[in-house]
Write a protein that binds this ligand. Sequence first.
Ligand code: BLA
Length: 246
Amino acid sequence: IAGDDVEMLFMPFIELQNKVMFDTQKNLKDLPFESELSFQSSSKKKAKIESWNFQSDTFRKIRLTYIDAGIPAQVFNSVWYPDPKYDLPLLGVDFLSFGKKKILCVLDFQPLKQEKYYLEKYCEILDPVKSKYPSLAGQMTARFYDENQFFSKQLAFGRFDNPQPVMEELFPAFEEYLNTYVKMFKDAPVTEDPKEIAANLELQKEYDIYSAERDPAVGLFSTYFGGDWAVKFTHDFLFELSETPD
Ligand code: BLA
């Protein structure tokens, strides 16, 4: 597939995210986890999936996943989970390309609460950024997720029938969302109250449960890497505060 323009389409996004992460995060640790989950390949389908798991003073977990299945599937998925001393939103990234004509990109400050004060405080900061990118003003369907749970009105959502907007529009938007996100933590309120910390962690757990139940990726993982692996990856890595079903 050399020379094709969707080959490793989202790799510049990983590189940028890693640069921002290494430049801004104190006490960053690249945490090891089960090798079975950090890398898998499927020889039959020529697919590879690799994941990374970081932690810093500010983030309990920053996970990244890249799927390279050639032209049929390129995926970059990432979630930044704040340390529960913060009640700030998660950063959610889901960029998918299925061939050159079916590209879906979703990016959001995923709110832990839907109260007005919370959304004004932590999500509306994105309004001036989002308004610059009309190609990312799309709306999700109700097929998988409820847009009123763990999503904001500032969600960047693009469906493209060619790869061109990925570097031309999504990339600068991603850079702005990312920089805005890490900057927000600089003077964000921090709690030392164990009850509030536990409550924040509980909301992140609800996010994991909600996401594990609805994630349309399980089918994709099963196709390439098998059903058992798909369930384990979903509950033990992606959304590890959710419980594996019996
Ligand atoms: C949709 N995400 C999807 C779909 C797939 C994935 C296959 C369905 C695409 C379609 O058929 O239209 C894939 N999800 C993944 C993968 C992983 C995953 C590969 O978790 C893990 C490696 N999804 C997220 C995050 C966000 C998100 C963090 O994981 C937040 C930005 C959003 N994905 C999201 C939304 C949709 C979606 C909103 C639904 C699109 C729609 O309804 O139109």
